[in-house]
Write a protein of this length. Structure first.
Length: 71
């Protein structure tokens, strides 16, 4: 079963709930997310989202220059 734990794609396999149960490698993140949701009001979450969007819009553009292999 341990080999399957490392090869599972949680985004696809766990759409309706975790299929690994107590062996889930992301269990600590799920617990932290649940704690955040339970302790943060919707108004606070919306304010955080608005601030993140504002920062992204006012940030300077990030240019990605591709590296071409030398011929």
């Amino acid at each position: 079963m341990d080999a399957n734990i490392n090869n599972i794609n949680c985004a696809e396999a766990c759409v309706k709930g975790c299929v690994l149960g107590d062996q889930c490698p992301n269990k600590e993140y799920a617990e932290a997310a649940n704690e955040f949701i339970n302790s943060t009001s919707l108004d606070q979450m919306l304010a955080m989202a608005e601030e993140a969007i504002r920062k992204k819009r006012t940030a300077p553009p990030q240019w990605i220059i591709p590296e071409f292999p030398e011929s």
